[in-house]
Design a protein around this ligand. Sequence first.
Ligand SMILES: *Cc1c(COP(=O)(O)O)cnc(C)c1O
Length: 398
Amino acid sequence: MAKINENYQNVKDSYLFSDIAKRVANYSQENPGRQIIKLGIGDVTLPLMPAAIAGLHDAVDEMSRAETFHGYGPEQGYDFLRSAIHGYYQTFGVELEEDEIFVSDGAKSDIGNITDLFAVDNTVLIPDPVYPVYVDTNIMNGRKIIFMDANEGNQFLPMPDPAVDADLIYLCSPNNPTGAVYNAGQLKAWVDYAISRHAVILFDAAYEAFIGDDSLPRSIYTIEGAKQCAIEFCSLSKTAGFTGTRCGYTIVPKSLVFEASNGGTLSLHKMWNRRQTTKFNGVPYIVQKGAATVFTEEGIRQAHEMVNYYKGNAKIIADTLTEKGIPFFGGIHSPYIWMKCPNNMKSWEFFDYLLQNANVVGTPGAGFGVNGEGWFRLTGFGDREKTKEAMARFSKLF
Ligand SMILES: *Cc1c(COP(=O)(O)O)cnc(C)c1O
């Protein structure tokens, strides 16, 4: 009889976004004609930028001619894209080797797949509230998880606790859902903690492009010692609107070497390379050609314009909350605003209140973890005029 991975029984079903959709549908049905504005989206809404579209078109044309057709490509990504990403890292002072960069179909898959490299008996440290992928992938593998509280007291930026012994540490900065960003000193404390325990930090930099202050780290490798302890995941999804086009990259430094129980050495870089060449056949040539345009001077400018549009929306939301004296985090170096529910409302209570009284939809913070209760996520990924309209309605309530 087939023996099944029973850990899957321990993965909680995620009803968050389907529950939201149901409540919105019910409300619409009972109140026809209301203009509902959705500020709960975690997906981009602007079309792909012209530079990327041109790159994609050119690549499609190449695929139509035998001389320029591309079949299987390198599993790790084409040199032209790895080289472009390498150059991008240099712009914020990080010197990588090009073959430490692995191109992928997005950060989510790599964050899930990286668990292949680690034994089951690792203790995993994960912040709460959190992007659910870190939690669920480790539950699927049966690892022990310790949650660290992110709350108002620590500005939603939990710091290492010397009393907690962790082997794998997930950090996300700028954070989804809270929008909080670690500064260099705080990340240095995490790097020091990880090195002191031979732990590995799994650093999710999916929102690095939203950082508008050069003193805030856009990569964990801007921190001394990070190449000894950290793997970094990044993505073009939020940087350049590639959520539907699919392209990301993961950095696995060659200096991440561990001692094996038989006295040999285990290089995470070599292992990831082996894992990817075995289980993955690379990102489509067409997509990589589109992705490479994002790292050209013009591409960076166009991507920046989109990011600034979303940040402009976030600022409209943040300014309204400031005006109303409602506490919140994020909204500056992030598309996310993490607000405290007014009048001590619980997350879902506030969801219903906002839906019924302003016809505005957000995401209940409780859906991201126990520390999210009483908090609420709004996003800047919407349309400018609709965001303004939503905040005008919001203003009348408080
Ligand atoms: C959107 C997002 C990603 C990116 O995922 P992709 O698979 O590259 O689209 C990664 N991490 C977090 C926290 C995100 O919100």
